[in-house]
Structures are given as structure tokens and as C-alpha cells.
Ligand binder design. Structure first.
Ligand SMILES: Cc1cc2nc3c(=O)[nH]c(=O)nc-3n(C[C@H](O)[C@H](O)[C@H](O)COP(=O)(O)OP(=O)(O)OC[C@H]3O[C@@H](n4cnc5c(N)ncnc54)[C@H](O)[C@@H]3O)c2cc1C
Ligand SMILES: NC(=O)c1ccc[n+]([C@@H]2O[C@H](COP(=O)([O-])OP(=O)(O)OC[C@H]3O[C@@H](n4cnc5c(N)ncnc54)[C@H](OP(=O)(O)O)[C@@H]3O)[C@@H](O)[C@H]2O)c1
Length: 248
């Protein structure tokens, strides 16, 4: 084990579906900012396999939590899914990444768009008080294939109870009908205005920042549609409205 890893221990594994699971890890020394990721590693067939995973917990929670999907033939995600309470696991000693509020310029409303497991870093951010001091409204948009993949509903209900109308949660289910979710994909509903109507919030350059995380094709297609309505990529030396993180 290199000095960049610290050894943790699995506290619990919650299996949401046959492929989605969340791992809680006890490893007290990790330093990170809400929204960041670190690496997780396991020894598989005598080789170290490491991948980045976003924290779902906020920095002041006791255990570290990661939300993962077991991808077909994915070496690490398949191995992580089999972990049990008490198993050792290595995690990186520090957080990394720019999907964090310190990097977002001041504006009125923040949109947080995610596919699949990429809802994780937003939950980490929304569990911190800072996210609620910085914006008027927070619009969390989660896109999944099937209804059963709309996980973390208890956390979402708790945020709604705490922040009321300032918190808007919108879900998309793409591959089956759903009572309470929109059908299809996020980019088309930016193009046709449906997402703004559903949120009852306008996406204007003067009141908007959009964070996008997850499937790189979704990130790309969504960015195109946002640019078409007048938003631009945010860079430190050229402030804009769009901040992205690709999961692969
Ligand atoms: C900055 C960053 C943060 C990340 N955070 C998370 C996280 O919090 N949770 C998480 O589940 N994954 C996350 N990932 C992806 C993760 O690092 C792994 O790639 C994933 O768990 C699969 O690992 P693997 O070894 O099984 O397969 P890999 O060989 O790494 O991936 C195989 C293929 O699986 C698909 N894939 C990978 N990750 C996902 C995913 N999350 N959802 C859907 N399809 C995927 C892609 O097609 C990829 O080419 C993150 C990636 C990056 C770059
Ligand atoms: N979901 C499952 O039941 C399941 C089960 C076992 C294994 N897996 C594997 O797990 C991996 C991840 O699956 P996932 O469902 O979490 O992630 P995903 O494939 O990224 O899908 C999540 C959501 O993103 C949408 N999306 C995909 N491309 C998009 C684009 N260009 N623009 C906008 N939205 C887009 C999907 O819509 P569309 O549905 O229209 O693509 C879906 O609603 C895959 O390798 C899959 O094979 C999934």
C-alpha cells in the first residue's frame, strides 16, 4: 500500500437493486470538500485496482459513503458489490475535483443534473449548510432508466422538509412509465422548455448556474442544449454558467 492510501473498514453495504449499492466506510483521516471524489482500491487477482468515486456523505459525517453501480464486466464495481461488513478497503487520503461550491460563481439558482450514481456528489453538497446560504433555489434533477433506480428518497424527503420551496427535485425515468417522473432524457426537455416549466424556474444567464455530472454523453448533449439557450462553460479565468464532471 502506498502512502497515498489509507486503510478503512466497511461498515455496511446497502443493496438498492441488483446492480446499485452504497458502501459506508470507516476511515477517519480523509480530507475532502463536499462534491469531490477520492479513489477506492481493492486487490483483485493480486493486482491493485483503483477507480474514482464521489463522496455521498458531507465532510462532517462520521462514515464515508460511496454510491456505485455494478457495470457488466467492470472489475472494481463488481468486486465492491460483494464486500461485507468488516472487510478492509483502501481509500485515497484526499478529495479531488471541481464539482464543488467554491468553484461556482455567485448567482440566483443552482441546477444539479445527474444520471445514475452521479446524484451522489450533489447529496454530499446539499447536506452542507453552505449550499443553502449561497443560492435562492436548488433544482436537483436525477435521470435513471427505471423507477427502482430513484434511490436516496429518504435524503431527498428530508431536504424537502428542511428547505421547502427552495428545494425542487425532478426525476426522469427513461425506459418505463412513471407516475411522478418525467419520461425521456434531460437535453430534449431543455430544448423544448419542459424542464423549466416543470421546475417553474427560468434558466437565464443572469440567474443560473448548472452543474452536470455522470454519463459523458448526457454531459455533452446537455451542454449543447444549454449553450443553445445562451449559457456558457464556466472557467476560472472566464466565468460562465456550466460546470461538468464525467464519470467515464
Ligand atoms: C471523477 C469520477 C467520479 C466517479 N464517481 C463515481 C461514483 O460516485 N459512483 C460510481 O458508480 N462511479 C463513479 N465513477 C466511475 C467509477 O470510477 C468506475 O469507472 C465504475 O465504478 C466502474 O468501475 P469498473 O472497474 O467496474 O469498470 P470500468 O472499467 O471503470 O468501467 C467500465 C465501463 O462502465 C461504464 N461505467 C463506469 N462508471 C459508470 C457509472 N457510474 N454509471 C454507469 N456506467 C458506468 C462505462 O461505460 C465504462 O467504460 C467516477 C468516475 C470519475 C472519473
Ligand atoms: N440500469 C440497470 O437496470 C442496469 C442493470 C445492470 C447493469 N447496468 C449497467 O450499469 C451501467 C450504467 O447504467 P445506468 O442506467 O446507471 O446509467 P446510464 O446508462 O448512464 O443511464 C442513466 C440515464 O441517463 C440517460 N442517458 C443516457 N445517455 C444520455 C444522453 N446522451 N443524454 C441524456 N440522457 C442520457 C439514460 O437514458 P436512456 O435510458 O434513454 O439511455 C438514463 O435515463 C450500464 O453499463 C448498464 O449496462 C444497468
Amino acid at each position: 500500500m502506498t502512502k497515498n492510501w489509507i486503510q478503512g473498514e466497511v461498515v455496511s453495504v446497502k443493496h438498492w437493486t441488483e446492480s446499485l449499492y452504497s458502501i459506508r466506510i470507516n476511515a477517519p483521516k480523509v480530507k475532502f470538500i463536499a462534491g469531490q471524489y477520492t479513489k477506492i482500491s481493492l486487490i483483485i487477482d493480486n493486482e491493485e485496482v483503483a477507480r474514482p468515486y464521489s463522496f455521498v456523505n458531507s465532510p462532517n459525517e462520521e462514515f464515508h459513503e460511496f454510491y456505485s453501480v455494478s457495470v457488466p464486466n467492470g472489475p472494481l464495481s463488481s468486486a465492491l458489490q460483494k464486500l461485507k461488513e468488516g472487510d478492509p478497503i483502501n481509500i485515497g487520503a484526499n478529495g479531488n475535483g471541481f464539482l464543488i461550491l467554491n468553484e461556482i460563481p455567485d448567482t440566483v439558482n443552482i441546477w444539479m443534473l445527474a444520471t445514475g450514481t452521479a446524484i451522489g456528489p450533489y447529496l454530499s453538497i446539499l447536506k452542507t449548510k453552505a449550499s443553502w446560504n449561497k443560492f435562492e433555489k436548488v433544482i436537483l434533477v436525477h435521470a435513471v432508466r427505471y423507477n427502482k433506480e430513484l434511490t436516496y428518497q429518504k435524503t431527498i424527503t428530508s431536504l424537502k422538509e428542511q428547505y421547502g420551496d427552495r428545494f425542487i427535485y425532478i426525476s426522469y425515468v427513461s425506459r418505463e412509465d412513471s407516475k411522478s417522473s418525467l419520461k425521456g432524457r434531460i437535453p430534449k426537455d431543455i430544448k423544448n422548455g419542459n424542464l423549466e416549466v416543470k421546475a417553474n424556474v427560468k434558466m437565464l444567464p443572469e440567474n443560473t448556474h448548472v452543474m452536470i455530472c455522470g454519463n459523458p454523453e448526457m454531459v455533452k448533449d446537455t451542454t449543447i442544449e444549454l449553450k443553445n439557450i445562451g449559457l456558457k462553460k464556466h472557467r476560472r479565468n472566464s466565468p460562465g454558467h456550466i460546470t461538468t464532471e464525467n464519470y467515464w
